[in-house]
Design a binder for this molecule. Structure first.
Ligand code: FAD
Length: 328
């Protein structure tokens, strides 16, 4: 299918980009690698008249252990020797996203700002017309939860968010009004349409910032998908652990993606395990609690009950993989 017509802008600086965003506010999209936006445009999913490419802005590049620029490509994150050594969960997560050719183009910023997905939304115009359209594009009700009264239940599937959440990352935003930085955990919305609770329409993501303490965590990431490659997750789960020599948990962080309309940091449910002695029984219990705290809807390929069960399974497997204290 052909792309719809739009005005294409390619600024060379952040100032130029934020002025363009402010000028066309309400009828503009940003494009980074284009691997999510352009397929959506081809399906006529909420296309705008103006598209601003971020490809010419050098200030959005760069990878260090404290800061990753929004235009860092997934392949650069996957292959960065620095991240592989110091924050390996980021390289591991990037390596599981879509396929090698898409990772050459896809960026961190685009992955974080990925549009939510749904069985009723990511379809051709003809298909969507056959079900009278959905709330997220041209329709009046959510077809996943028809009684939802104006709330969209599309699923957020960006994978980097889960790993960045357990690392305690912050997101740096910029608009013509200035810059600000906020915790990633406060960034996402529960609604599948108004996805970004704290991003204004004229803001762009400049970078993510990672605290130094993140390097003290031992982390891992697991992905559930029908195929091993070129497939969005039906569940992504990141786990971070700090455990002392006596096997006592000092820090435990768990985040999921592809379950609800935003990635979820399960910080409150995990708090009860801090100070507890690691064991196989405790790993089982942590998995149970994580499963109980997770919600999922019937709008991506795999069954919600199965995805919730897999939250427990992945949690247990990651704990065992990270520390032998959980295997006994
Ligand atoms: C076949 C296929 C399989 C895929 N599989 C996966 C998968 O397994 N896991 C996964 O996570 N993703 C998957 N994707 C989605 C996508 O390839 C990746 O998420 C990629 O990282 C998106 O980055 P991008 O730069 O291409 O984003 P783009 O398409 O350029 O942009 C995506 C969204 O982010 C916004 N945006 C981009 N940059 C910024 C910024 N700096 N500030 C503010 N907004 C911004 C855009 O306006 C747009 O709304 C898949 C895509 C396809 C086509």
């Amino acid at each position: 299918m052909e792309l719809p017509a739009f005005h294409y802008h390619r600024p060379n600086s952040l100032d130029e980009a934020s002025a363009l965003l402010a000028r066309h506010q309400g009828d503009v999209d940003l494009v980074a690698g284009g691997t999510d936006l352009l397929p959506n445009y081809k399906n006529r999913l909420n296309a705008r008249s103006h598209v601003i490419s971020l490809g010419g802005i050098s200030a959005l590049q760069g990878i260090s252990t404290r800061r990753i620029g929004a235009m860092a490509r997934l392949v650069e994150i996957e292959r960065s020797p620095l991240l592989q050594t110091r924050l390996p969960v980021l390289a591991e997560t990037a390596s599981k996203i879509s396929s090698p050719p898409l990772r050459q183009h896809g960026t961190l910023g685009g992955n974080l700002m990925l549009d939510t997905r749904c069985y009723y939304f990511n379809q051709s115009p003809l298909w969507r017309q056959s079900v009278d359209f959905c709330l997220k594009a041209e329709g009046t009700k959510c077809l996943v939860v028809p009684s939802s009264k104006g709330r969209c239940f599309a699923t957020y599937s960006g994978e980097m968010a889960a790993s960045l959440l357990i690392l305690g990352a912050k997101v740096e935003l910029l608009s013509a009004a200035g810059a600000r930085t906020l915790p990633l955990a406060e960034f996402f919305d529960e609604d599948g349409i108004v996805r970004f609770r704290d991003r204004k329409e004229d803001e762009l993501v400049v970078a993510v910032h990672i605290p130094e303490e993140a390097e003290q965590l031992s982390c891992g990431y697991r992905k559930l998908a029908i195929r091993d490659s070129i497939d969005f997750p039906s569940l992504g789960l990141a786990l971070g652990l700090r455990i002392n020599k006596r096997g006592v948990i000092e820090d435990l962080r768990l985040a999921t993606t592809a379950m609800a309309s935003r990635p979820e940091l399960l910080d409150e449910p995990m708090a009860e395990f801090i100070g507890q002695q690691a064991s196989a029984q405790l790993a089982f219990r942590i998995g149970e609690v994580a499963q109980k705290a997770s919600v999922a809807y019937r709008n991506v390929p795999l069954d919600p009950k199965y995805r919730r069960k897999m939250v427990a399974v992945f949690t247990r497997r990651l704990l065992e993989a990270i520390s032998p204290a959980f295997a006994n």
